[in-house]
Ligand binder design. Sequence first.
Ligand code: PEP
Ligand code: MG
Length: 675
Amino acid sequence: MNPARDIELVISNRTGLHARPAREFVNVARRFQSEVRVHHGARRANGKSLAALLTLGVRSGGAIRIEVEGADGEAALQALAAAVTAGLGEAGDAAMPTAAAAPVAVAVELTGVVLAVSDGDRRLLRGVSAAPGLALGPIHQLRVVAAPVGEVTGDPEDECRRLDTARAIARDQLAAARRGLVERGAADQAAILDVQIDLLDDPELAAAVRQDISAGAGAARAWSGALVARAAALAGLTDDVLAGRAADFTDLADRVVRALAGGAAGDALPDHPVIVVAPDLSPSQTSAFDAGRVLGICTASGGPTSHAAILARALGLPSVVGAGPDVLSWPEGAVIALDGTTGAVLRDPAPAEADRVRDAQAARAARRDVDRRSAAAPAVTLDGHRIEVAANVASVDEARRAAAAGAEGVGLLRTEMLFLDRATAPDEDEQRALYAAIASALGGLPVIVRTLDIGGDKPVPYLAQPAEANPFLGVRGLRLCLERPELLRCQLRAILRAAGAGRLRIMLPMVADVGELRAARAVLAELSGPALEVGIMIEVPSAAILADALAPEVDFFSIGSNDLTQYTLAMDRTHPALAARADGLHPAVLRLIAMTVAAAHAHGKWVGVCGELAADPAAVPILVGLGVDELSVNVPAVPAVKAQIRALSFAQARELAVRVLGLATAGEVRKAIPP
Ligand code: PEP
Ligand code: MG
């Protein structure tokens, strides 16, 4: 007798128990003989069925109860709990453009400066930005013709055999599409197709289909009925990411039914380059698009978190989703201009407008080339003021790319990323090896290693932090490390041991006052090793206000504008409805930056900015004008930020900075910035 046993856990994956983590769960569950059931609220699912798990609709932070029954139940439970705690194979989701990250300045590129189209123009549709870039060309209305659903043939055995053959064809097609993605450098996104490949053999789907066929249905009707029912269940979920997975099911239904009917996969595209317009797109359709023939994508529905949108970004295809049904009535071949950065789509641009879009495309491409070619040169303003441009990184690979992109060092190494997707903390040796590898990737350029900033939106389940009502205002960053000094001690020892591999500096996050700084320095002082520079992040308003008290006790400051903005404006940095207003160019934030720079310089210390603001083209002249000494930005932005600084006059930037400090809102600041 093997009694059922269970465990309750919380799903902490950013987008909940969506396709990829659910797939990982199923893979672990299938290693055991025991039955695995997953409960979420009143719902229950077979833990070995991806189709069933997805329809539970578990969101990030949602509780599940895993119940196992069988001889190897205890081992299964332990393995599943460890897998869930370790994040079910997710090392952080594919980077999604947040509303805040979509630069407002680009919004004018299509609709303002380039085309001067007003919102009232009926040729203009506004959708949601899904993949950046400009596209101009004729549209191809891609209609997914429902594959014919075959009638009953009479013999259930024959129907099952036909279905097996069709599933094998579908498996081959998906595997080929997957290989194509890997060859085009989109290995992460190729994993999306793995979900469909797994669904082909899902035991619960197979059982439902067999039951229907035994009851007299034909293979096509049974298969598409089972998948469409699950797609409908998913589409009904309130979680947008999980609801977006419905397309995976309908796509797979269609593919197998086509194979049953002897049809080819995919939809033929014209032989000239087009912008694909469709009601929505499936991942496999998108992955089959060839950048030579598809200039861009516009869908009537869909969301920026759909797998199709993720793939479009990976393939570099400018894309707009959610443009509304009107786009579906635009005639085949009509020329449109599409701005994947702003979500704007313009039909029938006049010849002069089309020329301007082409010019803008050419200018963007040329600008990127020029920026890349001069990326190794320093960033010195026209009047001789030098700004260091460094990169924010979280891995050895990113550090290598940073060096190749012309970064003059690493301004922020987010070490907590090493702690997030695993079951236990990395030990001192593992940390030392990583810090040393990053230091040597930078070949002697400085690397600022930020000590752990766990908490807030970066919880680490194995640290068993108690639930907090407001994690951003809770035990986060340095506060957590001071509560658990063994974590900090281990990390500092690893940094000190890695120091010989390059030029490491230490930076403490979330410092609120000098007491915390001294407490952390006391931990460092107990350890033996080289004397490394120690700086702090200025990201809590109290630290900016007290910068004159902190400056004498540090070697440098680095402003974390992401947190400084959220704490100054009382706007959660992850809140979608506040994203557009949580603007680091708010004069209140700028005044705190000005205070920080003044205090640091008065004590002969330098100041960097490593929040997202540092890469915002609108913010660069203001930050330079405020006297910031270093900007640390995401790796792809390094060449452009350097180039922008080289075109600035420091004297004019200072005048601008003084002017905007006297303004009242972020909107006023943005308006005051010269184009
Ligand atoms: C910041 O807050 O601006 C920052 C750089 O740190 P993080 O985004 O990791 O909180
Ligand atoms: Mg921060």
